[in-house]
Unconditional design. Structure first.
Length: 283
């Protein structure tokens, strides 16, 4: 007999000491797996809004330096979710307020930033240091000497995403082998995975990131007693997404009888062979 339990959960109902990126879902009925039973986990759907910050002190991509007339000016970008153009405008507002003789521009067709310099800036007067904004802006060098009237394009593309994957992981133990381990509860070569799904983040800001189990993937798990399941929301760098918003999850726990499956299998083979032999001798 197969028993399927559907669990719907919104992380808004997490416990007060939990977070949106690490929460536990209690089950109304404790699941005890008997010796003759197996259990599968099946994620039906998962959704989360793409409201996570693109620039922040947490991501360490929020500061660069300008050296003007031998004085260092550290520019800190306010934490926020930016598009390439809104980031350009924010930086230029800061530079203008500080009377710094340069401005950022953005070329949409090439997805590159470039710096323009104010009239009168000569060699040795002005330098730009990308610091931890290098990948954000696409500048590869550690420093740039800026001279009017040159324009200084980034070498690579602007990258507004400090990470590209939303990864849903869990503390359930898989029966199937997997070459991934995102939570440090296993040794590096244990072969036990805990990734439930991962989703690309490269969608418009403040739209919903959705996962639907269109392949009907089911995961056999070895847990024998389940009272609750802990979920974490991480990125591909094994970091918790600390500013993750509320999320929604729907999954199934499927318990089924696994008694003497091999006997039933061999009985089926016997029946097939008997049928084929009977056909042969009827000729």
């Amino acid at each position: 007999m197969t028993l399927t339990q559907d669990i719907y959960y919104c992380s808004e109902f997490k416990k007060s000491y939990e977070t949106y990126y690490n929460f536990s879902i209690p089950l109304d009925i404790n699941i005890d797996i008997k010796n003759n039973e197996k259990i599968k986990f099946k994620l039906i759907d998962f959704s989360i809004m793409n409201s996570m910050l693109t620039v922040s002190s947490t991501h360490k991509n929020n500061q660069f330096k300008i050296k003007y007339l031998n004085v260092d000016y550290f520019i800190t970008i306010p934490d926020g979710s930016y598009t390439a153009t809104s980031l350009r405008d924010t930086i230029n507002t800061i530079l203008t307020a500080g009377s710094r003789p340069l401005a950022f521009n953005y070329n949409k067709s090439t997805n590159k930033y470039y710096i323009v310099v104010s009239n009168g800036i000569i060699a040795g007067n002005l330098f730009f240091y990308p610091l931890n904004c290098a990948s954000l802006f696409g500048y590869n060098k550690t420093s740039y000497e800026l001279i009017y009237p040159n324009e200084y394009y980034s070498e690579t593309f602007a990258n507004m995403l400090p990470y590209s994957k939303i990864v849903l992981v869990s503390d359930i133990v898989f029966d199937t082998n997997s070459q991934n381990n995102f939570i440090n509860k296993y040794s590096a070569n244990s072969g036990t995975g805990d990734i439930i799904c991962w989703l690309p983040r490269d969608i418009p800001l403040f739209s919903t990131i959705n996962y639907f189990n269109t392949s009907n993937r089911e995961i056999e798990i070895s847990n024998k007693n389940i009272k609750n399941i802990n979920f974490s929301i991480m990125n591909e760098y094994q970091e918790y997404i600390l500013d993750a918003p509320n999320s929604y999850i729907h999954f199934q726990l499927i318990t089924y009888d696994n008694t003497n499956w091999y006997k039933r299998f061999y009985k089926l083979l016997y029946d097939i062979s008997y049928y084929l032999l009977s056909l042969y001798f009827k000729k």
